[in-house]
Write a protein of this length. Structure first.
Length: 277
């Protein structure tokens, strides 16, 4: 589990930003203002692991636009390598007045990233395993919350779930996506591997779509629904898998999808609590 230092640091950094909040429309009582995507997320560390550079793009509107580029470097501290070092209130080099990033390392090989948009007074949480950090660019989506409306209990639950993915994770198996330009339809076929070892199959046809279409809350024919957001800058997509009855959802990302139908198996990704459709 993440240490109490990182948890309190994240919450302090978010709540202590002395910046006037722009008025935004809250979507529900939990303070969710939308979903943000981090695309092309990758980390490069020096050979001696004394310094690591993080780079990614932030898309707050989930529209596939280029969004905002973010890059910053982290040095090792307290005799820990840079890749295992917590960091606090790091400004994005390109948008230093707008975005701040916190990071917390879990000893079992998991990094939680918290991105705060100072101008919106909002933040979002993301989780990455060591395998994902080493594999290269990856796309992930996460709900964004207004700072101050996200209760301490909720933020604790989100971070704890992120730091313990083995306890509640889903995986996408044999993911395929086929687009028919004649019929203008998209077909998704895959299996959801759940935390208890059971599986649910999804077979979805979405008519009247383009190859770069985004769609929302398509039923799988069982307890699950699927939403899909295309990211032009990475030729990637974020798929949100939701169980509305249990108020659970997980996010999966793929890059360079236009020229391949078989996307294979995803990593096992954390499951988050929250309303979804």
């Amino acid at each position: 589990m993440l240490g109490s230092y990182f948890l309190s640091t994240c919450l302090f950094a978010a709540s202590g930003l002395a910046v006037p909040a722009r008025r935004i429309d809250l979507r529900g009582t939990d303070g969710i203002v939308g979903h943000w995507s981090l695309s092309e997320f990758h980390r490069e560390c020096s050979q001696d692991d004394n310094i690591c550079k993080y780079e990614f793009n932030i898309d707050e509107n989930n529209t596939g636009a280029d969004g905002y580029a973010c890059a910053f470097s982290v040095k090792g501290a307290d005799d820990r390598p840079a890749g295992e070092t917590d960091f606090h209130d790091k400004p994005c080099e390109q948008m230093s007045d707008r975005f701040r990033v916190n990071g917390g390392w879990d000893g079992r090989g998991f990094m939680t990233i918290v991105v705060t948009d100072v101008s919106l007074n909002a933040l979002a949480f993301y989780g990455y395993t060591v395998d994902e950090l080493e594999a290269g660019p990856i796309t992930k989506d996460s709900p964004a919350y207004v700072v101050g409306t996200l209760a301490n209990e909720a933020s604790t639950e989100i971070i704890t779930r992120s730091s313990e993915p083995e306890e509640e994770t889903w995986q996408i198996l044999e993911m395929s996506r086929n687009y028919d330009p004649v019929e203008r339809s998209t077909h998704l076929d895959f299996t959801i591997s759940l935390a208890n070892g059971s599986e649910q199959h999804c077979d979805i046809d979405i008519p009247d779509t383009d190859n770069d279409a985004t769609f929302w809350a398509q039923p799988c024919g069982n307890d699950f629904t699927v939403s899909w957001g295309y990211k032009e800058e990475a030729d990637g997509a974020v798929m949100t898998v939701c169980n509305p009855g249990k108020k659970q959802n997980a996010w999966f990302g793929w890059d360079r999808i236009s020229n391949q139908a078989d996307l294979g198996d995803s990593p096992r990704n954390p499951v988050y609590p929250g309303d979804c459709q």
